[in-house]
Design a protein around this ligand. Structure first.
Ligand SMILES: N[C@@H](CCC(=O)N[C@@H](CS)C(=O)NCC(=O)O)C(=O)O
Length: 210
């Protein structure tokens, strides 16, 4: 078994993406906290592993890998025989499309704006920027609607097997579902509504995101 260390803040969505894969693969790994809320991710020691100062970074037998797409692809191949990515080419491209939509369009509006403004800012004594939240609803709906179009949604995003696409979307839904905007954002996404009811009950989701 390789020696695996995940560096990151446990509440980070991307850290949770990588951990969901590791847990579903039944892999042994250590989680070493790098706290993005106190700037630990910008320490010289951490920047030596990840020059952009984001979490997660993973070390596998001394090899450092950063960027969640690279990490999940490597761990899927080496630990799980590729079972978290469909072999069929079109379905595989759907998985990459969903991941790219999450990285480029969903995460910025859903997490960096709605979730941070609704959940993090008030928890730190600040006031939600209502205008920013309002402006972020349409782009979030657009990203959700694009994923709704691409998903099979029964029971997982790409069909009968859980995949890296699920590991990316679950941690975002964990937070987005706690905001008052969630029902409106999800109103036109029946496949994702059903998917969410299934995946939120997975034991690995409870363990990593509970
Ligand atoms: N492209 C990166 C994104 C990772 C990312 O944005 N992580 C967030 C936490 S969920 C982070 O490190 N934020 C700290 C910061 O931006 O300073 C990946 O795929 O791993």
């Amino acid at each position: 078994m390789p020696k695996i260390t995940v560096y990151g803040t446990p509440v980070s969505t991307y850290v949770r993406t990588v951990r969901l894969l590791l847990e579903e693969a039944n892999a042994d790994y250590d989680l070493k906290s790098v706290d993005i809320f106190n700037g630990e991710n910008t320490s010289a020691e951490y920047l030596a592993k990840h020059p952009f100062g984001k979490v997660p970074t993973v070390e596998v037998d001394g090899e450092v890998i950063y960027e969640s797409a690279a990490i999940t692809s490597y761990l899927d191949t080496t630990l799980a025989g590729g079972k978290f990515g469909p072999a069929e080419p079109l379905l595989r491209s759907r998985m990459h499309q969903i991941v790219a939509i999450i990285d480029n369009y969903l995460y910025p509006s859903a997490i960096l704006t709605i979730v941070i403004q609704r959940l993090i800012v008030p928890s730190q004594g600040g006031q939600t920027d209502e205008a920013a939240v309002k402006a972020a609803v349409a782009p979030t709906q657009k990203a959700i609607s694009a994923i709704e179009t691409l998903t099979v949604g029964s029971p997982y995003l790409l069909g009968s097997e859980v995949s890296i696409a699920d590991f990316y979307l679950i941690p975002i839904f964990i937070y987005l579902s706690k905001t008052p905007e969630f029902d409106r954002i999800m109103a036109q996404a029946p496949k994702l509504q059903a998917w969410w009811q299934t995946v939120r009950a997975l034991p690995t989701v409870k363990k990593v995101c509970g």
